[in-house]
Design a protein around this ligand. Structure first.
Ligand code: NDP
Length: 257
């Protein structure tokens, strides 16, 4: 039998929430380069169009963009339905969309807590529930969630964010145990400090943050969105068919320093 490339994603369709920029786009480009058909979901139409153009310029994989806000249950279900319709199937769900609210816990408004928890955590469950029947149809499925160093550590200004990122790991492990029997693997990626719009604000606002990140990261640099692409491809590909329930840091050594 001819050897097959375990990282080949040809013929597989992936939905990446928040795929129109930052880490999401880094992963989208990795998936497309591996041959996948990728559906990019984001709220910002202009960013969606730029992300589509970036995939098209690769000349590999196909891409579609859906303007979507993960605001509620119906929206999450509709997004998965529409994404599956774009390429006639769904094999991979990457829930990457995420927000934060930088504020001390004593000042954290309930509305902000709810928004962060919904986007980062609750939407993952809703999307996974909607994707489950698609995966059953395909006879396989991959769910990749995005945690954070704050899945492991706390931070004074990140109560809601850290709660959501701790929760996403436990949700991912639970889905992994529930759906392994259906040939569905569920794993979390825990990025370290990655240079994106999300961290750029903090970097500008918080004095000394840049220096602290550089000093604490053994690799001695911020991560780049493309640093996440390899693991995203692995966790979406046949290469990881016996890997489930893991939470893997991509952090230049931050979590072990
Ligand atoms: P960005 O702010 O660059 O990207 C966030 C993405 O989420 C955007 O594409 C945005 O789309 C999308 N998004 C946010 N809210 C919604 C919503 N309600 N509906 C649909 N899409 C939404 O951040 P990053 O790339 O840095 O972050 C990506 C993920 O990685 C997040 O989950 C984040 O928590 C995580 N992470 C990031 C780290 C870092 O250092 N950067 C470290 C650890 C984890 P749009 O602009 O169209 O609204």
């Amino acid at each position: 039998m001819a050897p097959t490339n375990p990282f080949d994603l040809t013929g597989r369709a992936a939905l990446v929430t928040g795929g129109n920029g930052g880490i999401g786009l880094g992963m989208v480009l990795g998936l497309a380069a591996a041959g996948a058909d990728v559906v990019i979901a984001g709220r910002d139409r202009a960013k969606n169009a730029e992300a589509l153009a970036a995939v098209e310029s690769l000349g590999r994989g196909r891409a579609a963009a859906i303007e979507a806000d993960l605001a509620g249950e119906a929206a999450c279900h509709a997004l998965v339905r529409e994404a599956a319709a774009r390429f006639g199937r769904l094999d991979v769900l990457i829930h990457n969309a995420g927000i934060t609210k930088r504020v001390m816990p004593e000042q954290l408004a309930l509305a902000d807590w709810n928004a962060v928890l919904h986007t980062n955590l609750t939407a993952a469950l809703l999307l996974a529930q909607a994707a489950y029947p698609e995966f059953l149809k395909a006879g396989r499925g991959k769910i990749v969630t995005i945690g954070s160093m704050m899945s492991i550590f706390g931070a004074p200004y990140a109560a809601a964010y850290a709660a959501s990122k701790g929760g996403i790991v436990q949700l991912t492990r639970s889905l992994a145990t529930a759906w392994a029997k259906d040939n569905i693997q569920c794993n979390a990626i825990l990025p370290g400090w990655i240079d994106t719009a999300l961290t750029r604000g903090a970097r500008e606002q918080v004095e000394g943050l840049n220096e602290r990140v550089l000093a604490r990261t053994p690799a001695g640099r911020w991560g780049r969105p493309q640093d996440l692409a390899g693991l995203a491809v692995f966790l979406s590909a046949p290469a990881s068919d016996f890997v489930t329930g893991t939470a893997i840091p991509v952090d230049g050594g931050y979590s072990v320093s």
